[in-house]
Design a protein. Structure first.
Length: 121
């Protein structure tokens, strides 16, 4: 899907759908360190990624192996994002989403770890 993007293209995608964790096969994902105090996370490389000539970020509602759920407001990720606090950094946002959506695990992936800090300083 992304192979035809011109070099240097920047994009941001939010996908509130089942099995969407690595839908775009970006280079890695940000994962909070379980039990760590404060905002500690690691950028985990995606073994299927082929590298890219563009910069992109994907926030997906669930891991590849999970279903995504909804309620009367729509998709749970979408409903949680409506309450997003713009003062949160990227790790706080991910932890907050994961806490609000207990039956699925939101995934934040990117072409590089640096892209994530630019979007959410």
């Amino acid at each position: 899907m992304l192979q035809k993007l011109p070099e240097g293209t920047q994009f941001r995608a939010v996908i509130d759908a089942c099995h969407s964790g690595t839908l775009l096969d970006l280079d890695g994902s940000l994962e909070p360190v379980p039990g760590a105090k404060g905002n500690l996370a690691i950028f985990v490389p995606n073994k299927k990624a082929k590298g890219s000539s563009y910069d992109g970020i994907l926030l997906s509602s669930s891991k590849d192996s999970q279903k995504s759920y909804e309620d009367f407001r729509g998709g749970l990720l979408t409903a949680a994002l409506v309450q997003y606090n713009p003062r949160e950094n990227v790790i706080e946002l991910l932890k907050s989403l994961q806490k609000q959506i207990s039956d699925q695990t939101p995934v934040l992936s990117a072409t590089s770890a640096n892209d994530l800090w630019i979007l959410f300083p």
